[in-house]
Design a protein around this ligand. Structure first.
Ligand code: FPP
Length: 248
């Protein structure tokens, strides 16, 4: 059952928010804690932001939890992040399901340990009819890997070159069927895309804050949504008022 939502009264709301949850390591370092403590604090914060998404009426949330490059981190951190995914499913699935959250996965599931693949698949299956909020967990995800994967499938499907359009490529991405992200948030102040949704982000609005992910609370999230509401999205065109003014 989904809970009542209180959409924010903003002139414009993003349907799809994507987040690079950066700064967990530095958050921990600042407190003299191991990096994994930062990832755990980041996971707690994720619970708060998911609740806020449900409350505000965001429809899609994509979170960057583990990139194809993160395998290069120390073994302990890699295993710790796998364990966090396992814990999130074990401990949070029931509540997420009650909030009307549908879980999806984007990236290559095959490289994860077998038991974790099964857990992810069963969480996807259990929540597949929920419609309040769709969460894409990017885990072992890379934007370039996603595009290579799409090209391979297009070729294998025998699609003639002249039929390859932007819409067709989108249909072969892990995010097929989702609208492109309207707003991408990156915490911790880094000004990089880091191989995240590189196709889908073509016309996304960006919001970068110096706040580390574990401290990016509901109020900060509201600020990001307010910033988005004040943007003028032109998709490479000019807005209609400017155009009319020029024509007069
Ligand atoms: C980047 O911060 C963060 C990550 C690589 C992991 C993000 C994961 C979580 C917030 C946990 C939630 C996970 C799941 C599976 C739902 P960083 O470690 O690169 O920070 P730093 O740049 O300060 O070192």
């Amino acid at each position: 059952m989904s809970q009542a939502t209180q959409p924010l009264s903003l002139s414009k709301m993003p349907a799809h928010v994507a987040i690079i949850m950066d700064g967990n390591g530095r958050w921990a370092l600042k407190r003299g804690l191991p990096r994994l403590a930062g990832h755990k604090a980041g996971t707690e914060n994720l619970r708060r932001i998911i609740k806020a998404c449900v409350e505000f009426g965001v429809k899609y949330l994509t979170i960057y939890a583990f990139s194809t490059e993160n395998w290069g981190r120390p073994k302990e951190e890699v295993l710790g992040l796998m364990r966090i995914l396992e814990d999130v499913i074990d401990r949070e699935l029931e509540e997420l399901n009650q909030q009307g959250v549908q879980l999806r996965h984007i990236g290559q599931l095959e490289r994860l340990p077998g038991f974790l693949q099964e857990k992810v698949i069963s969480a996807i299956e259990k929540t597949k009819h929920n419609q309040q909020l769709i969460i894409n967990i990017a885990f072992n995800y890379g934007g370039r890997d996603e595009i290579i994967h799409a090209i391979q499938h297009i070729i294998r499907a025998g699609i003639p070159a002249e039929n390859v359009t932007s819409d067709l490529v989108s249909q072969y991405l892990y995010t097929a069927g989702n609208p492109d992200p309207d707003l991408i948030i990156r915490t911790s102040g880094e000004l990089r895309i880091s191989n995240f949704l590189i196709w889908q982000a073509a016309y996304s609005e960006w919001y970068v804050t110096p706040t580390y992910w574990p401290d990016f609370d509901k109020d900060e999230f509201k600020k990001a949504l307010e910033s988005y509401a004040n943007r003028d999205r032109r998709y490479g065109k000019v807005n209609s008022t400017e155009y009319e003014a020029k024509d007069d």
